[in-house]
Write a protein of this length. Sequence first.
Length: 376
Amino acid sequence: MNFSCPKEKLQAAIQIVQRAVASKTTVPNLTGVFIEAQEEKLIFRATDREILIQYELPLPVKRTGQALLSARYLFDLVRKLPNMDITVEQQLPEQLFVFKYGKSETQLIGMDPSDYPDLPVLERQQEIQVNAGDFRRTIQQVSSAVAVDNLRPIFSGIYLETKDGNSINMVATDTHRLAYSSLSLPEQGAVNSSLSLIIPSKTLMEVTRLLEDEEDLLTIAVDSNQVVFEFDSITIVSRIIEGKFPNYRQVIPDKYSTRIKANTKSFFEGVDRATLLAQDSGKLASSVLKIATKGDTLILEARSQEVGRAYEEIPIYLEGEDVEIKFNGRYLLDALKVIDAEEVYFDLTGTVSPGVFRPADGRNYLHLVLPVRSSI
């Protein structure tokens, strides 16, 4: 292997794939970044066997070859190299790789790349295309409702489904809250059959991290147990979470007795201030916030015996009955912070049914939050 590459391009390529490097493993090879020099391009790959990220960099190569280098030392070395062309040369037959820059050089000892996982070949039983910017925003809207533990794997992922072939629905829930969003597929991305799968949230967050061009088309291909995302020069392959996602439509109320319409920014800021003092019987993590309506005023209250009391009034438009109900304030913040509409609806049906946030401009998104029973 022998090639020369500008430092910034080499660093960017390693940054793209390194998030897939295994952080805890007994398999040494999975702690490395695989590099393959082909005649007209470099291929960078990393995997922890749950997710695989591959990046292709067009580049003339002096001598082809393969390398598997410690991700930790490779990234730190390249990050600290001067901003100039870096020559990487393999000294055969040993796994010794020399990084030359100016009149200086650093040598890294590599691992055997021969049994490093290849990019899997998928059967592509189903394939769709979505706008990259829309996909990223949709994932950001629903990801806050993903369960943070892996006790029930289906809740640690995001559910994707297509029904009519012209749109894709995404849903996440940790059983205390549920977020749903739908986005239209571009004409060339429409599908003829239904699609239903649960993808690890880690995978989807990596996809959104790497989607830089809002106008890109993102291709999603699925086979029986894996899903692949393709865009620009990046390929991400992930396992699919096994299991049946619950019927989320059954838990979304189809009517309300109280509808609160408020300025989204004012609602968020009021909840944000009040949640600073939200506390339930000395349990700081519970963040209990009382919400009450009095005509065209929304009242937020929180109390802590050790810290103090918060009281907020927000002007609203009220449709239906006055209500008094308690929620986890942090769940309300998670719901409100991803609504970019100027005004928001908050629909309620009694004191034991969930509250549902919706953008007031009619966009197809909602965030459902279960109330809490508590005294404050």
